[in-house]
Design a protein around this ligand. Structure first.
Ligand code: ATP
Length: 615
């Protein structure tokens, strides 16, 4: 599939005609930002300090939102990275006379690397445990900063270095630190805005909400999480570098409460939004100056306002603004029917042309002597052999708990067998991660749809193209600025929308998945797989929860895919739907294969009738 050469596609993105208006809007915002920076750079020190602190914490909040908002990793380590940046700058500039700009490069690289190391260790766990490990990281650094008095000045801290002046002819620009800080904030905003407007964004959200889906689409999720955490740590370190020029650097400015305050900033402004964290940072950092009352009363008012903001506005200020502005901007038109049952997709049209079959019969997926058990429990799969011929639909049936989903997970790479081999197209894959199997043309769907609810079906289907389009991750930070980015995005968008239309969900492309019926979720899963032109699809109970009409529609699509040479392994309880589609059926019982044969042979077998059909 050559998406990069699809030059006509840009016209297909809804709203791309408004592109020039967007450029004008962005230009106006950029000019306003420049004018505001120039104004602050010439103002009195009081205003400068207010803006500088808000901007530095804005960068810190953006760094947290990058991992918390897009990946669901609630790091309490941002204070630690911030501290490393500030202390390293202060000590190396003051005591060793290092150039502060060379120190910026050093700080970004060092905190990025520390972030990768901390991420690689902490990301073995998730949720609360991840928050706690990063919290401990910050705690240890704070203790070190407090106790290493000779180096850090202990609780009293160190006076940060002076920021260099502009060269002679440029002094009319005002305070150079203001320009530098505002440039840092701008670059941080531009980074997250670019990522959010790249196809890497739905991939990140799928790692956050539906990791198995992202893995099955070819994303190396663990490496991506560690990498993004490293970038976030480098941003926090950069904020620390800026902070060191604002005055005294002491342990109290980087302790765990700072990490928590940054989280409050993100939640107040709006998690997973571009400007929300900056709005939150402005609120929190400017609050003591704006509400100039008795300090203890101030703390109470601040606490009460924060609790109210977080509980009453779960989407933050930006979420509320978006909801209020939605009617003015215009939402997507509601979709009508559920599934176009009367108009099944035309044959040979669901897959891209490059996915058409090769003919010679061959075993495309093979399992040999698979053994598997969860933890120390009993074996769930025992000596399982399975041979699936190219172009066949191979059914996998068995009573509840017989090990069908476990076998699907072993084939697709979610689970590693304890013994035995899995081969796809003759290549042994049982040691490979799930993401590598996608490159071999193996894709899968899940019994409970693994999708990102807040994205549209089209955006979800785009995730399926992750390893089909070159360097999505490498280009994400600059995506909207690259000509290739615009072209690829348009082509991916068009192909995803087309695939959704071909599976019969074309009317739902612009709704959020959270608001579509179950049948459309299943079709979206299927489209996210078909869009990549796979050779083999493993479907885990695709008909579960579908109406009779939807099941009929699904059968038409699967027959259609088969006619295009796609091999399928289908786990299903509804034999009336499954058997007419199947070339072969394997029956599992208590983790063992008891029979493989045609649907008729299976239906007629007395043992199968006894253990499965209950006769
Ligand atoms: N994550 C897990 N941890 C421990 N045991 C598990 C896990 N997942 C499944 N099992 C157990 O493994 C056995 C096989 O489960 P599996 O889901 O593979 O069966 P299945 O044939 O797909 O069942 P169903 O038709 O109900 O989906 C069951 O006894 C189940 O309880």
């Amino acid at each position: 599939m050559n998406l990069t050469s699809d030059r006509q596609a840009s016209a297909a993105i809804p709203g791309s005609q408004a592109g020039s208006w967007r450029t004008v809007g962005l230009l106006a915002v950029g000019l306003a930002y420049l004018a505001a920076t120039a104004y602050v750079a010439q103002s009195d020190l009081g205003l400068q300090n207010l803006v500088l602190v808000a901007a530095v914490f804005g960068i810190l909040a953006i760094s947290l939102d990058l991992v918390a908002g897009m990946l669901g990793l609630y790091s309490l380590g941002q204070g630690g990275f911030f501290g490393i940046g500030a202390y390293a700058t202060t000590i190396l500039a003051n005591d060793y006379g290092w150039n502060v700009f060379a120190l910026l490069v050093l700080v970004l690289a060092a905190t990025g690397l520390v972030g990768v190391a901390v991420g690689a260790m902490s990301l073995r766990v998730s949720g609360l445990y991840f928050a706690i490990t990063t919290f401990i990281f910050t705690l240890v650094l704070t203790v070190l900063a407090t106790d290493m008095v000779n180096v850090t000045g202990g609780l009293q801290g160190l006076l940060g270095p002076a920021f260099p002046d502009f060269p002679g002819g440029l002094q009319w620009l005002g305070a150079p630190l203001v320009w530098c800080t505002m440039a840092g904030l701008f670059l941080s905003l531009a980074l997250v805005w670019n990522v959010r407007h790249s196809p890497f964004y739905p991939v990140l959200l799928s790692i956050r909400d539906a990791e198995p889906f992202a893995e099955a689409a070819g994303a190396r999720t663990a490496a991506i999480k560690v990498g993004v955490f490293g970038v976030s740590a480098a941003m926090a370190g950069g904020a620390g570098w800026l902070f060191s020029f604002l005055g005294v650097v002491s342990p109290g400015q980087f302790d765990w409460s700072v990490s928590l305050n940054v989280l409050v900033m993100v939640l107040i402004g709006g998690i997973n939004t571009t400007v929300g964290p900056v709005i939150g940072a402005m609120f929190v950092s400017m609050f003591p100056n704006v509400v100039n009352i008795n300090p203890w009363l101030q703390e109470i008012v601040y606490g009460a306002l924060s609790i109210l903001a977080i509980t009453l506005l779960p989407d933050g200020v930006v979420g509320v603004a978006k909801r209020l502005l939605a009617p003015l901007v215009g939402g997507s038109a509601p979709a009508s029917g559920i599934v176009a049952v009367d108009e099944p997709p035309p044959a040979a049209a669901i897959l891209p042309a490059t996915a058409l079959p090769t003919t010679p019969p061959e075993i495309i997926v093979e399992c040999r002597g698979i053994e598997f058990g969860y933890g120390l429990g009993p074996k769930v799969l025992r000596n399982v052999d399975l041979a699936v011929q190219r172009g066949h639909i191979h059914g996998l049936i068995g009573p509840n708990g017989s090990g069908k989903s476990t076998l699907a997970n072993v084939i697709s790479g979610r689970l590693t067998p304890h013994a035995g081999q899995v081969l796809v197209k003759g290549t042994r894959v049982d040691g490979m991660p799930a993401s590598s199997r996608s490159k071999l043309g193996l894709r899968r769907t899940f019994q409970a749809a693994q999708l990102v609810k807040e994205l549209t079906p089209t955006q979800n289907v785009m995730v399926g193209l992750f390893d089909r389009v070159p360097r999505i991750m490498g280009r994400a930070a600059f995506w909207p600025m690259l000509a290739s980015g615009g072209r690829d995005m348009a082509a991916m968008h068009r192909r995803s929308a087309e695939t959704l239309a071909l599976v019969g969900a074309g009317e739902w492309t612009s709704r959020q998945v959270g608001g579509v019926p179950h049948g459309i979720e299943q079709l979206t899963q299927l489209a996210s797989v078909c869009v990549a032109g796979p050779d083999v699809i493993v479907l885990d109970e695709p008909a579960t929860g579908l109406s009779a009409k939807e099941v009929k529609h699904l059968a038409t699509i699967l027959a259609n895919l088969k006619s295009q040479g796609v091999t399928m392994i289908i786990i299903e309880h509804q034999t009336r739907f499954l058997f007419p589609l199947c070339d072969r059926v394997t029956v599992l019982n208590a983790g063992e294969v008891i029979l493989t044969g045609s649907a008729d042979e299976v239906r007629a077998d007395p043992m199968v009738r006894q253990v499965y059909l209950g006769e």
